[in-house]
Design a protein around this ligand. Structure first.
Ligand code: BGC
Ligand code: BGC
Length: 600
């Protein structure tokens, strides 16, 4: 039997797609539109239901969390798909939003907020590329990243996933990410499909409009007129599409009361027709059932609005039977199904999936490689923003005699990495490879410097005796936020915790110069403690390479980062009215773009 036309790589892709589409049964078509969470399906079921995509959500690692086990898990699903009649490969997807960070051993880069501070397009492109190398090494060619939201209210728990409140900066760096992930050719060995998200206006929701209990902004309603929506939230998508984006994730949020998941005007008329988006849309996790208590209606609404693939993610049998019925009853036109499936198949072909469905273990050495760690360390250095530097406190001299180190973030990789690290909500403590700030200090300083460390500044009797005789030369307080993700991180108060404030007060009298390092996904209220501090550094959520911080503290590298978000003085200033900001005491503590240099 001659091999079918759709496998002929010399034919134009549209011809291959049509050839495949005409031979597909309704079940095979709807299977392509189905994305299932990996613990909710077996490889055999992937084959039996012709499922087109499997995903790992936050924390979706295999039982043994190692690169080898990830590769095996993905290849097992893939082998099953390849045994079906038409042998259409699955597309496995994951949130590698700051590196392949659900996987133990992957390099964890700074979260987007830090990349926004670097203002460095080239660096973002390299990070996306390194992430794509680690993903493709484990057989994964699809990343639900980058988030190109322009978060307008930092009380939102996803602020750190955004590159900046500034549309232009989010657009520039977001497109750089798409280019870096997808490489020169989408079918290149290490090219990975990027997914700009969450379309449209996810970062513009109004306070307390979320229908999810305890959420304040996440998944809420973006209440803006169309011109403003287009001005603040759309340009990122225009640039991302120009950069080659071929999958986009619509948002859980609503625009003026109508959920994006069902928004035909924004999904079909604007994105696909007006902007000419050729790729496919993947719904967010369990977003479809939110549309109506009547699941049939919810599915009809989403598909007819223009959703092409549904992240079900659990009961895929119900989704498949429901959509089949909707097509049979004529509630979803067959043309809509053909359009959705063509879009998905086109991307699978452009990705070269039919030619490279199974990954070999050959590239596993890319995971956690020295080159990627160096890149992450550089990114950390470039992301630091210096807010205050009284009397040239920084850079520090390596010849200091005594240094006091304290704070819950000083020796905590989990806190450095933030949410979406191994677990959806992140982890606490040093459970993954990497270097904490404390370890960075130890590596940087010689045995001549006495490092006194206690996370909550409960120093030993001996240490207290030394400090009573003479103050430490330098104190370093590492304070900030513990990890969170999504609406769980929505806050009505961004003050430093009372423990952190107490720690700063306690360190102040026992050191000559006090440096504060803030580990957080967003600006916090520091107005009252700032006078107690000589040098204030925001490190955002830097990821695993704490030495990127110590490199800059000691002047081996310069401070170059600039604020990607406007910094409030008080909570009652939020949300900012960016068009009318005061520049005096009524205004922000630090403006967008602020950042000192520390010339020695
Ligand atoms: C998030 C998405 C993510 C998806 C899969 C959702 O809760 O909103 O950003 O891609 O889960 O993990
Ligand atoms: C998953 C995440 C997902 C979230 C949505 C979690 O259980 O791990 O990936 O984004 O649920 O609510």
């Amino acid at each position: 039997m001659p091999s079918p036309k759709y496998l002929d790589v010399d034919l134009p892709i549209d011809e291959r797609v049509n050839d495949l589409l005409i031979s597909m049964t309704p079940e095979e078509k709807i299977g392509q539109m189905t994305q299932v969470e990996k613990n909710s399906i077996t490889p055999l079921e992937v084959a039996n239901y012709f499922v087109g995509s499997v995903l790992s959500g936050g924390g979706g690692y295999p039982i043994v969390n190692s690169p080898e086990a990830w590769l095996e898990m993905v290849n097992n699903f893939q082998e099953a798909a390849l045994r079906t009649r038409l042998a259409i490969p699955i597309l496995y997807g994951v949130d590698a939003i700051h590196g392949h960070s659900n996987m133990y051993g992957a390099v964890v880069f700074p979260h987007n907020v830090g990349l926004g501070a670097t203002r460095n397009e080239d660096l973002v492109e390299q990070i996306a590329n390194a992430t794509a190398e680690e993903l493709s090494a484990t057989g994964i060619y699809w990343n639900f990243a980058p988030t190109i939201a322009a978060p307008q209210d930092i009380r939102w728990g996803r602020t750190y996933e955004g590159l900046s409140e500034n549309t232009e900066l989010a657009a520039t760096l977001g497109s750089a990410y798409v280019r870096g992930s997808q490489g020169e050719r989408l079918d290149g060995t290490h090219s990975v499909l990027a997914t700009p998200k969450h379309y449209l206006g996810d970062g513009g929701t109004s306070w307390k409009t979320s229908q999810i209990e305890n959420f304040l902004l996440d998944q809420g309603d973006t209440r803006l007129d169309e011109a403003t929506l287009r001005k603040i939230h759309l340009p990122q998508y225009i640039s991302a599409i120009q950069a080659g984006a071929l999958s986009i994730m619509p948002s859980y949020s609503s625009w003026n009361g109508l959920k994006l998941t069902a928004h035909k005007y924004l999904l079909t008329d604007l994105l696909k027709t007006e902007l000419g988006f050729q790729g496919f849309l993947v719904s967010d996790w369990e977003a479809v059932p939110q549309l109506s208590p009547d699941y049939y209606l919810a599915v009809v609404l989403a598909i007819n609005a223009g959703m092409d693939m549904i992240m079900v993610p659990f009961d895929y049998k119900l989704f498949i039977s429901t959509l089949l019925k909707a097509v049979q009853l004529g509630d979803v036109p067959e043309m809509r199904i053909n359009d959705a499936v063509s879009r998905i198949l086109r991307v699978k072909m452009r990705l070269g999936l039919f030619e490279r469905p199974l990954a070999s273990p050959n590239f596993l050495s890319k995971v956690g490689s020295e080159a990627h760690r160096i890149l992450a360390r550089q990114a950390v250095s470039e992301s630091l923003v210096l807010l205050k530097n009284k009397s040239h406190t920084l850079p520090l001299s390596k010849a200091i005699e005594t240094i006091l180190v304290a704070g819950k973030g000083a020796d905590n990789l989990g806190m450095q990495c933030g949410g979406w690290t191994i677990e959806w909500m992140g982890i606490d403590g040093n459970q993954i490879p990497g270097t904490t700030i404390l370890q960075g200090l130890r590596n940087k300083l010689s045995a001549n410097t006495h490092i006194i460390y206690h996370p909550s500044a409960r120093f030993s009797e001996d240490e207290n005796r030394i400090l009573a005789l003479e103050k430490a030369d330098v104190g370093i307080a590492v304070v900030g936020e513990m990890p969170y993700a999504e609406g769980v991180g929505d806050r009505d108060d961004l003050s430093l915790s009372s423990d952190d404030v107490e720690l700063i007060r306690q360190l102040r009298p026992i050191c000559h110069r006090l440096v504060a390092i803030l580990i957080s996904g967003r600006p916090m209220i520091i107005t009252d403690v700032l006078p107690l501090i000589d040098a204030f550094v925001c490190a955002w959520l830097p990821g695993q390479e704490g030495e990127g911080i110590t490199d800059v503290l000691f002047g081996d590298k310069p401070f170059t980062g600039r604020l990607p978000y406007t910094w409030p003085r008080r909570m009652d200033q939020l949300p900012f009215d960016f068009e009318h900001l005061y520049s005096d005491e009524q205004g922000p503590l630090f403006p967008f773009g602020y950042g000192l240099t520390a010339d020695p």
